[in-house]
Ligand binder design. Sequence first.
Ligand code: BES
Ligand code: MN
Ligand code: ZN
Length: 507
Amino acid sequence: MEFLVGSGAPETQRSACVVAGVFESGKLSPAAERIDQISEGALDKILRRGDMQGKLGQTLLLHSVPDMPCERVLLVGCGKETEFDENNYRKATAAATRLLNDTGATDMTSYLPELEVKGRDVAWKVRLAVETTAETLYRFEQLKSQASDERNPLGKVILMVPGRNDVAAGQTAVEEGRAVSAGVALAKDLGNLPGNICTPSYLAEQALALQDQAPIKTTVLEAADMQALGMGALLSVARGSRQPAKFIIMEYAGGRKDEAPTVLVGKGLTFDAGGISLKPAEAMDEMKYDMCGGASVLGALKAIAELKLPLHVIGVIPSSENLPDGNANKPGDVVTSMSGQTIEILNTDAEGRLILCDALTYTERFNPEAVIDVATLTGACVVALGAHASGLLGNDETVVSELLKAGREAHDRAWQLPLWSDYQEQLDTNFADMANVGGREAGTITAACFLSRYAKKFKWAHLDIAGTAWKRGKEKGATGRPVALLTRYLINRAQRPKKRQQAGPTD
Ligand code: BES
Ligand code: MN
Ligand code: ZN
């Protein structure tokens, strides 16, 4: 899909379709108003007939609008003007894309970015239009034996900004939106692939393949390497599986290589049956998404490489399956992590933290500027925050607040939960340094408490994406979250003035 930025009046656009908004009160957007004037009241007449009430997501496709050179005009309902917020902007954009994709239109010229979304500038609206369009057109059809008969003629989207002086900002926004969308699509594809295809080896291959497209260097550690490093927690999970575990390291050195890197750690559990603490059968298929943290790390790296951000970023993905087996972890087993701390495994289904803790210890060698781990870690997070916000906890308030801000800007939001020391004692056990579970209460927090014990040597934050990484229902599938949040965080980081190496003259 080609995205362009333009400005100018709708009656000068010779495109296949001009898209303009209408509110529920019958109020026309500026572009629709202009079309109405040019066509001598054609839109007004239609609205009065009652064919378009301006309800959010409603669409009306018009052909041969008088004195308009475009082939079609698509009116999109935007709901109540006072309620027109980020979500409604995305819904209106998605509705237009969905409808046009079902017509013969090969391109569209959308005036939706001219609509006022409180607190958002033109660049934001362009960026989100690109991401929402890509999101709407995404299909996962790799595993269908026959190609779908969808025609998808839409090949070009021109996003119209209010003035000529907005075009440059709009073009940067298109670049960012495209990069994020490419990262999101990669994360979705990996998430949607089933456990029999997307194994730890497959994930490692994808990480290696990324090297050919981007200035990224990938290294994959095998079980023997992990053994030598003493990754006893990670390897204990992998013992129950026939698929060899992989430890994937990806380095993107877009900045100075000696710059302390930001490290992204992603849970790459390619199928989580729970192990001996077996999960119930219902919806167990969803546990193929348990590698979405790892997939979002791959996606974010792809996005920042496309944007050529001047940053040093390292992605680390510990990858394994978690299955019941004669060799699998048993409740009560005690293992020694790479940090030397011992863990009593009281529930083999709390495996994410076991593979992540060794990955966190491993990142110490990079002297990181900050470490952010991303994981579908707890069902408790789905109960607490649902599908709308990722859970966020950390040991550094600056990193946490930067991530919260990036989430708001990317409209891929996170919500902070407390990581107070009060919760730590839930992990106490008399048989090892800690238990791997902390009881029913505050499950997301005690999981983060567990990880915090392996993140003492650096600034660290943890995103629990159990509720946000995929959606259920008829349109089930991976969402690609939080690629947009992570990418935004890194873009902001790249724009931040570099710390002075030495105190220089103060003039
Ligand atoms: N991958 C799951 C977490 C999960 C559950 C994600 C449901 C999405 C939806 C994780 O490995 C897990 O099983 N966590 C347990 C922890 C518990 C045993 C302390 C959970 O949340 O039930
Ligand atoms: Mn589990
Ligand atoms: Zn899991």
